[in-house]
Design a protein around this ligand. Structure first.
Ligand SMILES: *Cc1c(COP(=O)(O)O)cnc(C)c1O
Length: 367
């Protein structure tokens, strides 16, 4: 055990609860290939997320890749660079071209006013990200998509359990993909899900995640292997029982940070839109050196000196990755570039103690 505080700490059920959940796997010997736990988690998630169709995968990245593949897209996908590597890589790995739209300064999501100018005859889809659980302008994105005949695939990795105007967030767009990685609000150790509306996509997704196999003697696609296994599904079943409690604990941490940091000159905290039911996934803070006296990197190293490891999410932004050098230009998305250079994500998880939040904020205030 160390006394360091990291940006997150995985939410886990008690050992006994998990042991009880996996016990019958020693009777059935069915550990994967859409067994009973996979089926049960699927149906419980439909209920919780308020969507009709859900499929489970090995991770959130596989969900994004398979969603894009299932939609049979070709050409350009409008997306944002202020995100995790996965979003952009999923587009590129499908042979598609990412076209980077800038984000809004106030909530880090795609700037809908800048989408239309990026649309060409090659544009096939928009892939926005609900960054930090901040919900994109889903209504305007739907309008634009309808006007130009584009698909909408949401990277909802941060938005598990979020609602907009009372509706589950995955009810917007053609497809929404969640990540159930250990660091996320809801985890299945590693895992992910695709939520979709068009029933016809279902069979394709379930075949693509299982080598493209249709039945014993027919293979439809050159698919991959991205099936969630029973141990992961069992972890999900346990964690789902406590998800509302976990989100509520996160809310208390989030509000404690707000109490300590809101209003300090040169510090900007996140704000959530009124119609959004929020899940408190991260605590991003923006530092303006001119007003606060210290930049993001100085704050990060001061915290690290006290054993507190905040993270620079999202820095670097994806269009400035070494692997995309000379392909994309971060200068085209100046706001995302600026946000990436000034944001620091502070520790936030359900078991973080209020004293620790206060201590973190004291270090920042007394720099
Ligand atoms: C975590 C994450 C992913 C990828 O999910 P994995 O389950 O880790 O594969 C994709 N997009 C965003 C924005 C993420 O934060």
């Amino acid at each position: 055990m160390d006394n360091n505080i990291y940006v997150t700490k995985t939410t886990m059920p008690s050992f006994e609860e998990y042991a009880e959940e996996i016990k019958d796997l020693w009777d059935t010997h069915i550990l994967t290939n859409m067994g009973a736990k996979h089926q049960k988690l699927c149906s419980e998630l439909k209920q919780y997320l308020g969507v009709e169709h859900v499929d489970l995968l090995t991770n959130g990245h596989a969900a994004l890749e398979i969603a894009l593949e299932a939609l049979q897209l070709e050409g350009e996908v409008i997306t944002t660079p202020f995100t995790f590597a996965s979003t952009t890589h999923a587009i590129v790995r499908n042979g598609l071209t990412p076209v980077f739209c800038d984000v809004k300064e106030d909530d880090f999501t795609i700037d809908v006013d800048k989408i239309e100018e990026l649309i060409t005859e090659k544009t096939c889809a928009i892939m926005p990200v609900h960054v930090y659980g901040n919900i994109c302008d889903v209504e305007r994105i739907s309008e634009i998509a309808r006007k130009y005949g584009l698909k909408v695939i949401y990277d909802a990795a941060h938005a598990f359990g979020c609602t907009y105007k009372g509706r589950g967030i995955a009810s917007f767009g053609d497809v929404s993909c969640f990540s159930f990685h250990a660091t996320k609000v809801f985890n299945t150790i590693e895992g992910g899900a695709i939520c979709y509306h068009n029933e016809n996509l279902g069979q394709k997704i379930s075949e693509l995640k299982n080598f493209g196999i249709h039945d014993a003697e027919t293979v439809h696609y050159a698919g991959c292997n991205a099936k969630m296994n029973e141990f992961c599904a069992a972890m999900g079943l346990c964690n789902l029982k406590h998800i509302d409690t976990a989100i509520n604990c996160r809310k208390k941490v989030y509000e404690r940070y707000h109490m300590n940091l809101k209003g300090i000159p040169g510090i900007r905290v996140n704000s959530v839109k009124e119609e959004v039911g929020y899940n408190y996934p991260y605590y991003p803070v923006l530092f303006d050196k001119a007003a606060f006296g210290h930049d993001r990197d100085e704050v990060a190293s001061a915290l690290a000196n006290h054993g507190i490891y905040a993270r620079k999410y999202f820095y670097p932004i994806t269009n400035s990755f070494a692997c995309y050098k000379n392909k994309y230009d971060p200068g085209m998305t100046p706001i995302a570039d600026k946000l990436g250079k000034s944001v620091l994500t502070l520790p936030l998880y359900d078991s973080l103690q209020m004293e620790d939040v206060d201590r973190i904020c004291d270090i920042i205030r007394h720099l």
